[in-house]
Design a protein around this ligand. Sequence first.
Ligand SMILES: Cc1ncc(COP(=O)(O)O)c(C=O)c1O
Length: 445
Amino acid sequence: MKHTLIKTELPGPASRALAARRKACSASPMESLAPFYIKSGRGAVLEDVDGNKFLDFTGGWGCLVTGYSPERVVRAVQEQAGHFLHSDFTVIPYEPWIELAEMLAKKAAGKTEKAVAFFNSGAEALENAVKIARGATRRRGVVVFEGAFHGRTLLTMTMTHRPMPYKFVFGTAPDICRLPYPNPRRNKYAARDFEKLLLENICPEDVAAVVIEPIQGEGGFNVPPEGFLQEIRRVTSKHGILMVADEVQSGYGRTGKFFAIENWGVEPDLITLGKSIAGGLPLSAVVGDKKLFDALPKSSIGSTYGGNPVACAAAIEIIKMIDNEKLLERALYLGKIIRHRFEGFKGKYPAVKDVRGVGAMLAIEFIKDEGTWSPDTETCQKVIQEARDCGVILAGAGLDRNVIRLLLPLVITDEQLVEGLDIIDKAIAAAVKAQPRGARAKKAR
Ligand SMILES: Cc1ncc(COP(=O)(O)O)c(C=O)c1O
């Protein structure tokens, strides 16, 4: 049985009607990847307002590790909504916050005792991680990396690498220092160089935190070379700097571990979480060393809606679902199938030059010329469009927009995964006109 179904032109008439209404009233910089409008979703499949069905391999931009509307989460949301929608934890506290904080503190257990604070968005978690680091160390500097994405508020947009359409338009916040990210193909920078680079660029006594995504998300699923995260941990501890792992995108299971950073055996001082943690409801968190929170003045962090009870109720069920349905194991299983197919694409299509990632968090990179490693943005974008027209929604990534990354729900069935990968295969074939490697090499000669 096929799970995708394209029965109208895209976008269909009902989507076009919504697009016309949107044009008249919705702020134009808020773009959408898809030209059609969603009506409903279950697991990895969504249906648009014209009855077309798609496999969503972006998982709502990484927010749906447990898929669209899992039943137990919907039930918990309905039940909590029936009790109360909101009270503001800083006015009248409630149990779902405590229960979720207990669960997360347990998941992050390590050498230090853990505490948790809840917010609304990934960027807000990052803003607060920086506040906590600054407050606890009484230092100002924040070190981030090339290729990083940490959000779109003024501070987090400055921490994010991509200059356009962000800081070139809106300006920057102070005290952010960006260091190169090791990339074996583009620079010779190795894990052991981190301390030297840090000392060359900023006085370590001024640095409150080094913030790093254990696997870069928007940057193109760049996986740190062996020893890099461990070296950051060593150097930050040596200089009294805090290490913040931004797990907003990598967090909760995709890599086969609950937190991606566990893959490297490193315990950061703070972890930021967002996206998938409440299955699509707005919730984010900072989890970390309790002493750091205890060093801050009372009421110095908080947010009116942060840790909303309905979102907390959903998030509690998400963690139970990950545990009960063994989604960490499933991520590794899915990852094996995807990697095998992706390696096949690499052998078959000359434009696909790299396969990378951990667990089910996998990506392929499109390159024009292996010598200069010049990005093939055009082919990559064409593949995304072809796949979408055939029923698979894909997310691009990378500073050059030449990477396709999978953020698919881990509840996807084997059948759905294979159907989606077949569509991607056909989409690449259509985009590159299926030139086998030999033919392309001969042509080049
Ligand atoms: C690693 C990372 N950090 C932070 C953010 C910002 O999250 P939000 O868009 O919820 O503010 C994102 C969003 O893509 C992200 O991928």
